[in-house]
Design a binder for this molecule. Structure first.
Ligand code: KG4
Ligand code: ZN
Length: 346
């Protein structure tokens, strides 16, 4: 199965994506084509993703994107060994479009279908780029998810922590909106924070000190609102100071939460050979301040910090194809055509 070729399809949120990936002899992946169409412009006027608009945009774009991915890869449809499509979690309209398209291609070509959990795609991506062995810890920080996951093996995951309210990316987006910065908020907040005084506001660091490994970010948003109201009319310098202080609070929170996770990993796997690894994924992984905090933290605890290239951290179809390839390599069964999309799928 070392030369298997998989066509991947991703439509769970606001990116329509198709990719062709194969697996090398050494166990890493070879990306033959990686096409992503962002619907950002269609949603930005609404300050967030509108499910109905997203579903229609996937319908409009997906067939062309798949054709483009195949053309770029130089692989003919009949030479594909399997089709992998995201089956959840996500917006149901988009999932239906992608999974049904995947099923149709698999059916007409007679190839197996893998219905992939989007989060599993994020969790396994680092194995495509780095020779990473199990077990490892994965921090997923995106617009929809904030999870610390123990990755024991393919299909063998244990969630150690999750957000009890807003996702981290959501906190960035809501903070940006409050401050009148553009959507998506993450990059806007990060650049506004440059030149800001991170000590001006003392924002809350929810759950810090608690033994459980969960996260909470909704209080931070409230504190940002109060800070902005307190200094109104808000100047550009105020915005920079608020953004810098906001990122600092998040950095400190993650230091505590993830630090505890790393300690727990070491106590549960004292026998693990080699250097343990923390992998980061999701759009918020683009944040330089966050990367700095995690790099320092890993150094302190003797962990290797693995951050796949940014393009593979955000939503894409490469990770979906790769999850299919990982299952094929273990001869795990393909999925039934009756597999229904799941908007919720832990
Ligand atoms: O993984 P992603 O592209 O899409 C999903 O949510 O699935 O993540 C998007 C999220 C948005 O909330 C965006 O504001 C955030 O990632 N983000 C950032 C940065 N770039 C994107 N957050 C903080 N700093 C950034 N530089
Ligand atoms: Zn994602």
């Amino acid at each position: 199965a070392s030369s298997s070729l998989v066509l991947g399809i991703e439509t769970s949120c606001d990116e329509t994506a198709a990719a062709v990936v194969s697996r090398r002899e050494d166990g890493t992946g070879d990306i033959l084509a990686d096409v992503v169409l962002s619907q950002m412009d269609e949603h930005s006027a609404y300050g967030g993703v509108v499910p109905e608009i997203a579903a229609r945009a996937h319908v409009d774009a997906l067939d062309t994107l798949i054709a483009e991915a195949l053309e770029r890869s130089g692989v003919r449809l009949r030479d594909i060994d399997a089709v992998a499509a995201t089956a959840g979690p996500g917006l149901i309209g988009g999932l239906l479009v992608g999974l049904m398209t995947g099923k149709a291609i698999a059916r007409t070509t007679g190839k197996p279908l893998y219905a992939i959990n989007h989060l599993e795609g994020h969790a396994l991506t680092a194995r495509l780029t780095d020779k990473l062995t199990f077990p490892y810890l994965m921090l997923l920080v995106s617009g929809g998810h904030t999870q610390l996951v123990l990755v024991r093996g393919i299909g063998d995951y244990e969630r150690w922590g999750t957000t009890i309210d807003d996702a981290l990316g959501e906190a960035f987006d809501k903070t940006a909106k409050l401050l009148g910065l553009p959507y998506p908020g993450g990059p806007a907040v990060e650049s506004a924070a440059r030149g800001g005084d991170e000590r001006r506001f003392d924002f809350p660091r929810p759950l810090v000190g608690e033994a459980r490994l969960d996260f909470s970010f909704s209080g931070l948003k409230t504190a940002v609102r109060q800070a902005a109201e307190g200094v109104a009319p808000v100047s550009d310098q105020d915005i920079s100071d608020i953004c810098a202080s906001f990122q600092r609070a998040i950095g400190r929170t993650l230091e505590d939460r993830i630090g505890r996770g790393l300690q727990r990993f070491k106590s549960e796997f004292p026998e693990t050979h080699g250097v343990p690894a923390l992998v980061v994924a999701g759009g918020v992984a683009a944040n330089q301040e966050l990367r700095r905090v995690l790099t320092d933290l890993c150094g302190k605890h003797g962990f290797r910090f693995v951050a796949p290239p940014h393009r593979l951290c955000t939503d894409n179809a490469v990770m979906i194809a790769w999850a299919g390839l990982e299952r094929m390599a273990l001869d795990l069964p393909a999925d039934d055509f009756a597999f229904a999309p799941r908007s919720r799928w832990p």
